[in-house]
Design a protein around this ligand. Structure first.
Ligand SMILES: CC(C)(COP(=O)(O)OP(=O)(O)OC[C@H]1O[C@@H](n2cnc3c(N)ncnc32)[C@H](O)[C@@H]1OP(=O)(O)O)[C@@H](O)C(=O)NCCC(=O)NCCSC(=O)C[C@H](O)C(=O)O
Ligand SMILES: [Mg+2]
Length: 284
């Protein structure tokens, strides 16, 4: 399936060092997995995690879930070996942390060849260079690293994420301009389903494709928030039908529920139906 057409509602981080979690993910209804060698893995476990992860991916069992390996930065002592190993793990993509500029992706691509790349967007310089990073020919998707970004910006946590909005907006514009996937940052309080829902809804409203997650308990909330609702699907069907009827009558505009429907609304309606179909196909 074209990577842009498939759902990315729930993107779960799994520490590459934890066999139980690596196994559990084989049965979780997530759209994508980030197999992590970076921040979820302690310094003592870095080398072992690479081997544990390679064994889990060789064993397989992750089905249609998109498999993304997050390596350590190339400026760390593990980065190069991670990149070389990740390129042989059969992953769908490799995720580079703390991307500051397209040159960081060039350096990774020299090691990983044709494997598609994803970028962690989590530094002030990365925000400023978001357009150039999104335009990189090997880049498939962006992941917002809101913990690192908050740290670098010295923000305080706010439920409305106002201090992060400039960065989130900048990366969204960049990703959309280049037709790349973009998924939102994690919600750290993994037992707070209500707070997670608020943040997922905010990300969905902004146009994010999905949310990165840190615990299985967060999956259902994200899947629901980033899927088209029944009401949205129903409206999309009615808009398409009304527009086709208007067109047949020689008109360029239809009216549904008191609101105009033009070509561009029909395009959005078709995208909503395509996403709903893709989600049904995954579930089936
Ligand atoms: C947060 C955790 C440390 C909690 O772990 P734990 O106490 O083991 O949780 P539970 O006992 O509730 O776990 C229940 C079962 O679920 C499995 N589990 C837990 N987490 C995951 C997971 N992420 N994926 C798959 N399975 C998971 C446990 O193994 C239990 O299974 P079982 O025993 O068979 O019943 C832990 O959830 C965790 O480590 N989460 C990941 C943390 C992480 O990935 N952090 C790094 C990513 S966040 C980040 O870096 C973002 C970015 O860079 C930024 O800057 O913002
Ligand atoms: Mg980070």
């Amino acid at each position: 399936m074209d990577p842009r057409q498939r759902p990315y509602r729930s993107v779960l981080y799994i520490p590459g060092s934890k066999p139980r979690a690596l196994d559990k993910a084989r049965g979780l209804p997530v759209d994508a997995i980030i197999f992590d060698l970076e921040d979820a893995v302690s310094l003592e476990e870095k080398e072992n995690a690479r081997e544990t992860l390679a064994a889990a991916l060789t064993e397989g069992g992750y089905g249609a879930r998109v498999k993304i390996v997050r390596i350590n930065g190339l400026d760390t002592k593990w980065g190069r070996a991670d990149a070389e190993a990740a390129a042989k793990m059969g992953a769908d993509a490799i995720l580079l942390p703390k991307v500051d500029s397209p040159a960081d992706l060039d350096a990774l691509a020299e090691i990983t060849g044709d494997t598609p790349l994803w970028a962690m967007m989590e530094t002030p310089r990365g925000m400023l260079n978001a357009a150039a990073i999104a335009a990189h020919p090997k880049l498939q998707g962006m992941v917002m690293g809101t913990n690192d970004l908050a740290k670098e910006l010295q923000t305080r946590f706010r439920p409305d994420r106002l201090p992060l909005m400039a960065g989130l907006g900048q990366c969204l514009l960049a990703a959309k301009a280049e037709g790349k996937i973009i998924v939102d940052g994690v919600y750290n309080a993994f037992k707070d389903a209500d707070g997670l829902k608020v943040e997922c809804d905010q990300g969905r409203d902004m146009g994010m494709d999905g949310k990165t997650l840190i615990h299985p308990a967060q999956v259902d909330v994200a899947n629901a928030a980033f899927a088209p609702s029944e009401a949205e699907v129903d409206l999309a069907r009615r808009q398409i039908a009304a527009f086709e009827e208007a067109e047949a009558a020689g008109q360029g505009v239809a009216v549904v529920d008191g609101k105009i429907v033009e070509n561009l609304h029909v395009a959005t309606a078709r995208e909503i139906l395509a996403k709903a179909d893709a989600i049904s196909a995954l579930a089936g």
